[in-house]
Design a protein around this ligand. Structure first.
Ligand code: PEP
Length: 251
């Protein structure tokens, strides 16, 4: 299991606010595992400028399913992200699934494009509140994971980071309890074992996302199958994000 903490800035930031935040992250002591921030496209250049040479990586929050270049107005390819030094890209974030109609098939195609561009996809999975209440969390997460596996196969899936993000916990202030999160993480690891083998499953990074804060991070990260976090709101405040990174380091 590999520790990793990734910030998702969503559609937040400005050149001046970003400078302060990125400099604080850059100047903090390296925790000994990867840390990264996924910023809006226009700020990739700024992230590259300020974070280059530091222990903090950067990435994007979305990419086109189409490789490289072409007549796709408004789209950004994996090759372009790579050109800006990105290491990670989020795929299948629930906001993209819910607000922009991204299907399991499209998420699978985007995951494939990310890998083709030598990016690490952070593949987001998670159930809605209605799905949790109907006790179909496992089948939803399994469906989302299987769609990607069917498209890219086991070797490629082994190169993805997985983020379990219950939709009802994202940006709501309601965090899954450590036991609720651990149960789904263990399920995902078992599915990875079935699809990719035990070595891949044991070495996979399965991040939890959904209202992680400095106050709840340590308990979440102490769970055996939670390897780190995908952090939204708290990634916009340097002190909070660094406290969450410190909690991951201590776990
Ligand atoms: C996210 O955007 O992926 C996320 C987990 O957001 P928050 O931490 O704000 O719930």
């Amino acid at each position: 299991m590999r520790t990793l903490v990734v910030g998702n800035w969503k559609m937040h930031g400005s050149k001046s606010a970003n400078t302060e935040l990125l400099e604080a992250l850059r100047d903090a002591p390296a925790p000994g595992f990867p840390v990264a921030v996924c910023v809006p496209f226009p700020y990739l250049h700024q992230a590259a400028d300020l974070l280059s040479g530091s222990s903090v990586g950067w990435g994007a929050q979305n990419l086109s399913e189409h490789a490289q270049y072409g007549a796709y107005t408004g789209e950004v390819s994996g090759a372009m992200l790579k050109d800006f030094g990105c290491r990670y890209v989020l795929v299948g974030h629930s906001e993209r699934r819910a607000l922009y109609g991204e299907s399991d098939a499209l998420v699978a195609a985007k995951t494939e494009s990310a890998l083709a561009a030598d990016l690490i996809p952070v593949l987001c999975l998670g159930e809605t509140l209605d799905e949790r209440e109907r006790a179909v969390t496992e089948s939803v997460v399994e469906r989302q994971l299987t769609a990607v596996h069917q498209r890219i196969g086991s070797e490629a899936l082994a190169r993805c980071v997985i983020a379990y993000e219950p939709v009802w916990a994202i940006g709501t202030g309601v965090t899954a309890t450590p036991a609720q999160a651990q149960a789904v993480h263990a399920f995902i690891r078992a599915r990875l074992e079935a699809l990719c083998g035990s070595a891949v499953a044991a070495g996979a990074s399965i991040l939890y996302g959904g209202s992680v804060k400095p106050q709840n991070a340590a308990e979440l990260f102490s769970q055996p199958d939670i390897d780190g976090g995908l952090i939204g709101g708290a990634a916009l405040v340097a002190g909070d994000f660094l406290a969450i990174v410190a909690a991951a380091a201590a776990s």
